[in-house]
Design a protein around this ligand. Structure first.
Ligand SMILES: NC(=O)c1ccc[n+]([C@@H]2O[C@H](COP(=O)([O-])OP(=O)(O)OC[C@H]3O[C@@H](n4cnc5c(N)ncnc54)[C@H](OP(=O)(O)O)[C@@H]3O)[C@@H](O)[C@H]2O)c1
Length: 279
């Protein structure tokens, strides 16, 4: 199998490049490969002839999307349109990675893949429009929603909490934002299974279970052996530009039907600390 990965220098893209079982994997990221350049992307994919394109590239700075909605639209919607069109032209299936932020969090039950999207932010809205564009343009699509993503790299919540533990003796963390921390390694394993099955459709593949940012930070400090270095204080509200859902739990119905399940977030987080060796 030949696989192209967009956003290949990001958290999930890097992990996929390391983990995918494939004859050849081509990474596409800026500045060498800009998915907003349709003609260049078309030429690159025509040369590489992938069987599958895994589309991870996105504007993921949620507050940044509020500040520059045009840039968010250009990348998350038009960029996704370009990837979809070019994948279709070379006969490749497409995996489009999306987010729990397509939901508004008002539902008390876990969200199923079939539940209606109601994004609150520009990020959520442009990701939803990106999903819809892919659905319309590529019959052979997998839309895979994940949530609070992390790898062992320097640009995520875990890295921020550990940095704060180096710099401060106490910090406030919100208890009113609840979601599913998700290890990029686990998503890559699930995608490696999924792309081998013609089970096209929409998937919810975060790690199982939910917690608040406060509980997540506490578990990070515990696993890192830093609970004594940083005192966490619960806070109810953290002012930010984007409106984000208060509580989203996504239920994995479609993946479970074909034997693709995700382990609990606590187990995945512990594995991240074992893998990275910084505990
Ligand atoms: N991070 C999360 O918590 C989270 C949660 C739910 C869903 N997701 C979704 O999961 C996917 C992967 O997230 P991630 O955390 O791995 O993202 P990430 O680390 O921000 O990676 C995205 C990559 O895409 C690159 N990129 C930006 N513009 C591009 C362009 N025009 N052409 C090609 N590549 C471009 C970025 O480069 P620069 O860094 O230089 O801009 C970056 O390397 C995204 O679709 C995201 O929406 C993420």
């Amino acid at each position: 199998m030949r696989i192209a990965v967009t956003g290949s220098k990001g958290q999930l893209g890097r992990t996929l490049l390391r983990q995918l079982q494939a004859e050849e994997v081509l990474g596409l990221d800026i500045p060498e490969h800009d998915i907003t350049d349709l003609m260049a992307l078309d030429a690159t994919l025509a040369r590489f002839r992938p069987n599958v394109v895994i589309h991870c590239a996105a504007m993921t700075d949620v507050d940044g999307c509020e500040r520059d909605p045009d840039a968010a639209y250009r990348l998350n919607v038009l960029g996704s349109r370009n990837v979809a069109v070019c994948a279709e032209r070379v006969g490749a299936a497409i995996v489009a990675i999306s987010t729990d932020y397509v939901f508004d969090g008002s539902q008390s039950e876990p969200y199923r893949e079939t539940d209606e999207a109601h994004p609150l932010s520009i990020y959520g809205r442009t990701k939803w429009l990106g999903e819809e564009t892919v659905r319309h343009l590529c019959p052979r699509h997998y839309i895979v929603r994940v949530a609070w993503l992390y790898d062992a790299g320097p640009r995520n919540f875990i890295a921020t909490v550990l940095r704060l533990a180096d710099q401060r003796d106490h910090v406030q963390m919100v208890t009113d934002e609840i979601g599913s921390p998700t290890y990029a390694h686990d998503v890559a394993l699930a995608l490696d299974q999924l792309i081998r099955l013609p089970a096209y459709g929409t998937y919810h593949l975060p790690n199982a279970g939910i917690c608040s940012r406060y509980e997540w930070a506490a578990e990070i400090l515990r696993l890192a052996g830093r609970s004594d270095d940083l005192r966490l204080e619960p806070s109810e509200h953290y002012p930010r530009l984007a409106r984000v859902p208060k509580r989203v739990e996504m239920r994995n119905v479609n993946g479970a039907e074909i034997g693709i399940t995700m382990r609990p977030w606590q187990e995945a987080l512990a594995a991240r600390f074992r893998d990275a060796g910084d505990a």
